[in-house]
Structures are given as structure tokens and as C-alpha cells.
Design a protein around this ligand. Sequence first.
Ligand code: ADP
Ligand code: MG
Length: 366
Amino acid sequence: MTKKTIIQFDHVAKRFDGEIILKDISFAIERGKFYTLLGPSGCGKTTILRLIAGFLEPSEGTITFDGRMVNKIPPNKRQVNTVFQDYALFPHLNVFENVAFGLRINKLTNKEIEPRVKQALHFVNLDGYQNREIAELSGGQKQRVAIARAIVNQPQVLLLDEPLSALDLKLRTAMQVELRQLQRRLGITFIFVTHDQEEALAMSDEIFVLNQGKIEQSGSPRSIYDEPINRFVADFIGESNIIPGTMLKDRVVSFAGKTFDCVDQGFDEREAVEIVIRPEDLEIKPHGEGLLQVRIESQLFRGVHYEMIGKDEDGNSWMIHSTKSARIGEEIGLFFEPEAIHVMRHGETEEAFDRRLESYEGAGHD
Ligand SMILES: Nc1ncnc2c1ncn2[C@@H]1O[C@H](COP(=O)(O)OP(=O)(O)O)[C@@H](O)[C@H]1O
Ligand SMILES: [Mg+2]
């Protein structure tokens, strides 16, 4: 294990009453990075955070912190703090005392406590708020107090369980920027939980996409968006066209009744695959031009672009994002680059996918 790694899960499983909730989870978390656990409700995100925090023990596998096994180490002995979804502030205590609470429990003196609380409040842009009552604060300010309370103990890792989900859209976007800046300033590891893919893409160094207790894919926002490894990830991470196809040979794929050049390789001959093309990668051409012909069935103006649905001659529906508009019933051509075609293998694991990508690089493909 490198020194960069702070937390490692090795084949961790979790069962509740005999029911398997997390299956064979392995990952390494590095120091100083912003991680996001992304997945639908009930997929096991909070359970992973509770295992990291020490509120739960794994049923199988090991969790290490700084190279030391911590499966049975209680929460207060781990250098981890959690910001909960509902903030969990004490309504009868003012801002200062909410933030100071953990330090008082650890029997620090007033002289030690005061500068630390002030610094934590400063970090979350709440200078001068120490005497306010919790009831006087807005949702965003309560959120900040909860974060100040978590960072005042100077943890190495901060866990944030859907901390922004109670805020309205505008405040939420502002807090996304603030949290990202805070993480950079503190230089500690954040593990952030959300079911919102845009939030995950905007904030993270690295995303773990979870589904039914399993990590489907992990990587940078860009790599997950550009190269989803299966239908679940492609679907969950953004609006996509997912079409059945056949890999004819290396870098040649067929779908929608036609043959196309692509950049993918390492498949079996005539292997059945699924094709992903992002709506923004489809370019509108006059009828008869481009690579595919579709008839426009619907169109909506989305503020910056038009969102259209077109049907090809093979019966596939295509979502198209374009700054150009079209008429309902109009026949148009669609063009896309070979790089815009993402080929997904049925049932491919993340490890096999990574090996396949490496083999491309070995083959000198950029
Ligand atoms: N203490 C528990 N006892 C039994 N089942 C639980 C317990 N905690 C969570 N679960 C179940 O585990 C699954 C994952 O829950 P959770 O980790 O909270 O998901 P998420 O945070 O992704 O919404 C859910 O089906 C949930 O009902
Ligand atoms: Mg949860």
C-alpha cells in the first residue's frame, strides 16, 4: 500500500439479518482528494459511510486506515467525522456551542476551544455568527454549522451524506462550489454521497458509481461520462442513446441496420454489444447527408439547446441535443464521429474493461 492511500476496503461485504446489502466492495481512498459515492436510493451509499466511520462492522473483508486494520475500532477512535443529511444540530445550543461540543467532550479547555471554533467558523464563512441561535439560521447556514462542527476536530477524512439534498437548487449550486473550495483549502479527503449525477460530475476528483450494493464503475468524472462500462452507468450518469449492435471486427460496428467505423477493439467477432452515443454528439444534417436518417417525432426547447427525438429506419429512437431546430415530421440526417460511439460489452467487469482499454494504448491507439 502506498502512503497516498488513507482508507482501503478489501472485499468488504455487509449483511443485515442475513440479507446481503454490500457485495465484495474493494477500493482505495487517497489523501487530499474529493470522492463521491453516486447511486440510486437504497444502493448502499450510507452503509459504506457508516462502515468507514465505524458505526458498523463489515460482515466480511477488511477495512484499513493508514495501513492499520480498523474493522473493530469504534467511531471516536477514527480520524473521521460525518456531516449528516439532517445536520443533527442541537437546537438548544448556540452556534459556538454546537461547534465546540466535540471539543468539550474531549475535555479541552476554553482557551484551547475558542480559537479552534473561530477558525472552523471562518472556514465555512460564518465569521461573527458564534452567538446566533440555531433557530435563527437559514438552511444554508445550518449546513455550514454542521460542517464547522465536523472539521473542528481536524479529521483526516470528512464524510458527507447527501448534505445538500434539503437545499433549493440555487443554494445547492452555491454550496457545491463552496464545499469544493473548502476541501481544497483544508487539503483533507472528502467522501461525499449523492444520488445526483450532475452534482457528482461537477464536484469530484473520483466517482464510485454504485448499484445494488456493488461498485459498477469508478474513475474521474470525465472517464465515467465518456466511457461508461455498462447500461446502468450510461443511463444513470446522463441522458444517453443506448442501442443494440454487433461488433463486426476491431473498429467496425453495426447498429441501426448500418456499418460504422469506431475506435473500440478487443471484442469477439460478431459479439453482441450495446452502443452509447450522447445526445450532444449527434450533429444535424440535411436529409440524405450524414450517417443515419431519422424522422423527428418531438422537440422541446431546453433554454440553451433543442432536445429532439428522432426515429431511424430500424425503429430506434435517438435523442438529439442541438442549437438548430427541426420540424416535427421532418426527415433529417445525423452525423457523429467514430469517437462518439461508445461500445459496451454485456456483463463486463471494471477490471476487464480497464484491461481492454490498456490493450488499446498498447496497440498505439490514442
Ligand atoms: N440497519 C439496517 N438494518 C436492515 N437493513 C438496512 C439497515 N441499514 C440499511 N439497510 C438496507 O440496506 C440497503 C442500503 O441502505 P443505505 O446504505 O441506507 O442506502 P442509500 O444510502 O444508498 O440510500 C437498503 O435496502 C436498506 O433498507
Ligand atoms: Mg443514504
